[in-house]
Design a protein around this ligand. Structure first.
Ligand SMILES: O=C(O)CCC(=O)C(=O)O
Length: 295
């Protein structure tokens, strides 16, 4: 495992070690100018589409105050499903290569999003951990973000608490029982905000955070949007657990294995299962079909 890791050309062994210890990484530079230009052009296409819209739909989440003349987009949901450039980048390109390098082999794509965080007050993302939104059979899932513009501290960069990925997993419900999607205020009050690392960086640089990392970002009070393209992967032998959170509704490409193949194995409570093939797209055969048609 280790020799395979040190051979990878995408990140150094020091970067890999830093990710594993701290639960986050900032890779700068990450993508080349041509890839960045393609991603920026694809992101701009959705800004043009949004000019025809007066309210959010399943693809584009608009901020209050959005108009044709002055678009304000909060998020493009599942860019991988809506533009070939985003699909290629996440499933064949640099993002998937970085995920494979960090996780040490083939990886399973889970979901993607593009947070535009518009200028002049684009919304904050409160402190939260991701794993509660889409639990998996292990804690390998990580999210790779790529800034599509230069991001300084006035633009609401991603903030992380180094090392928090190995700590407590917080209850992200309100005390009323409603899902909040963020930590409770008394839990936030217990954090030492001096520990936050704000990941400012140039266009085309990448952020990485583990699914248990406490992270968030403040409003964007600058004059420019802060587009951050995010894509999430797990190890190939890690699986989203159905019927909890967003699992099952993360887009048609969710579950795609990149950088190799899946052996369909999973270890639970120390017991190793060699599972059946993935029938989520084709539909499951009956046990009779499987037992009588073996090759
Ligand atoms: O856009 C950001 O600053 C943070 C994104 C994030 O944590 C999320 O969308 O879950």
């Amino acid at each position: 495992m280790h020799s395979q890791r040190t051979q990878n050309r995408v990140i150094s062994s020091a970067q890999l070690e830093s990710y594993e210890t701290n639960g986050y990484l900032h890779v700068e530079p990450f993508i080349d100018a041509a890839t960045l230009a393609d991603l920026q052009a694809a992101a701009a296409e959705f800004v043009e589409i949004s000019r025809q819209m007066v309210e959010s739909d399943k693809i584009l989440d608009l901020e209050p105050g959005h108009s044709a003349a002055a678009p304000r987009i909060r998020r493009l949901n599942s860019p991988v499903d809506h533009h070939e450039v985003f699909r290629r980048f996440a499933l064949e390109g640099a993002a998937s290569e970085l995920a494979c390098a960090l996780l040490g082999g083939p990886v399973r794509y889970h979901h993607s999003k593009l947070n535009y965080k518009w200028s002049d007050g684009g919304e904050e993302v409160k402190w939260h951990q991701d794993i509660q939104f889409w639990p998996h059979t292990d804690f390998s899932p990580l999210t790779i973000g790529v800034y599509l513009d230069d991001v300084d501290s006035s633009m609401g960069p991603m903030g992380v608490f180094p090392g928090s990925h190995t700590g407590r997993l917080y209850d992200q419900y309100e005390s009323s029982g409603n899902w909040a999607g963020s930590m409770r205020s008394d839990d936030v009050a217990s954090l030492d905000l001096d520990q936050v690392v704000w990941l400012t960086g140039c266009a085309g640089s990448a952020t990485v955070h583990n699914c248990c990392m406490i992270h968030g970002s403040v409003p964007n009070d600058s004059k420019k949007p802060r587009p951050l393209l995010l894509q999430t992967y797990s190890r190939a032998d890690s699986y989203p657990i159905a019927n909890i959170g967003a699992n099952g509704v993360t887009g048609v490409m969710s579950g795609t294995v990149v950088g190799g193949t899946s052996e369909q194995t999973v270890t639970i409570d120390g017991r190793h299962i060699v599972g059946a093939p993935d029938w989520s797209r084709s539909g499951a055969p009956t046990i009779f079909g499987s037992q009588h048609n073996k090759g």
